[in-house]
Write a protein that binds this ligand. Structure first.
Ligand code: SAM
Length: 310
């Protein structure tokens, strides 16, 4: 698959502005995907600038690895690709002797590639094993969760991560269906859930149910929490944190961190009433322009926030 088909980057110009890139700075892109954002960061860096790009998905690393090989530019050696979950950000920076960074970009969630390759099991557009792991080398698949979790656990996943009011009905439908035969494919799951979803909202709610499972399979909330706290520590004064979120829970975490310095959003004050906040919020959250929306529907739910290390 060519990089251009892999994923069209969202809010590209806005995220570069948010990072306020210095030519000799050290930057991290924790969500490489098709490399659209990373390549744009590279194009702003001079000979002394460095970029570390993470992805836990081998497909993303392989795609960008061959692209980097073809760069024919000595700066390519300043671009390091790291195949890892971004929750290990601090360990990797220590490994590369990086004490502080000038900016970090996170463009959360999955890429178009994940939906386009049916065998990855993220989509109900075609039938495939119910997998949904971004890192295919380990961990539980969506099938493990669908066939192994209790009705209560499934209900809370659908309600919390899918924002589906009918979470209980979906969960009990799964539990009933799997008594007869295990639910092992994407279309099998879609068939079990569809009768409990209003016809007018069929695709939207089914997409939300699949999204909820994906978030659980990949432990996305825990990884985001750990990465955001590590990023806050690593940024040097004036360094920028730019996050594009597509889900209200993710966005709330980012907003809390930028406003209060912690994930819970609790503002801490010293005995004199001075608030303690390691980051300063820069501007208002940014959403996609009409122009971008018409060319890239994925940008519809994107919300970009910028924080600057105090
Ligand atoms: C929305 S895409 C990024 C697209 C990218 N900005 C571009 O321009 O092509 C998100 C990527 O982040 C990766 N990802 C998501 N969560 C991750 C995590 N916890 N650790 C590492 N990579 C992750 C996914 O595998 C996916 O490739």
């Amino acid at each position: 698959m060519k990089l251009d088909n892999y994923h069209v980057p969202v809010l590209l110009h806005e995220s570069m502005e948010g990072l306020n890139i210095k030519r000799d700075g050290i930057y991290v892109d924790v969500t490489l995907g098709g490399g659209g954002h990373s390549r744009e960061i590279m194009s702003h860096l001079g000979a002394d600038g460095r970029l570390y790009s993470f992805d836990q998905d081998a497909d993303a690393i392989n795609e960008c690895f061959s692209h980097r090989e073809q760069m024919q530019d000595e700066r390519a050696t300043n671009w390091t690709l790291i195949r890892s979950n971004f929750r290990y950000l601090k360990n990797w920076m220590r490994y590369y002797d990086v004490e502080s960074i000038d900016g970090l970009l996170a463009d959360l969630g999955v890429s178009s590639h994940h939906f386009d390759v049916a065998e990855r099991g993220f989509s109900f557009r075609s039938d495939a094993p119910l997998d949904m792991r971004m890192n295919q080398e380990g961990g539980r698949s969506a099938a493990d969760i669908v066939n192994g979790y209790s009705a209560e656990q499934l209900t809370s996943i659908f309600r919390l991560y899918g924002e589906l009011k009918q979470g209980y009905r979906l969960a009990t439908a799964i539990v009933k269906a799997r008594r007869t035969v295990p639910i092992l494919t994407t279309l099998q799951l879609a068939d079990v859930l569809t009768p409990f979803i209003g016809r007018d909202r069929e695709k939207k709610d089914l997409a939300k149910a699949f999204q909820a499972l994906r978030i659980e399979v990949n432990g996305e909330m825990d990884a985001l929490r750990e990465m955001l706290l590590a990023a806050t520590e690593l940024l040097r004064p004036g360094g920028r944190l730019v996050v594009i979120a597509y889900h209200s829970l993710e966005d709330r975490m980012v907003k809390n961190l930028m406003r209060a310095g912690n994930i819970e959003g609790e503002i801490e004050q010293d005995i004199y009433g001075n608030t303690f906040a390691p980051l300063k919020v820069i501007g208002k959250p940014i959403t996609a322009s009409e122009d971008e929306l018409s060319g890239n529907p994925r940008s519809r739910s994107a919300r970009l926030r910028i924080g600057e290390k105090a």
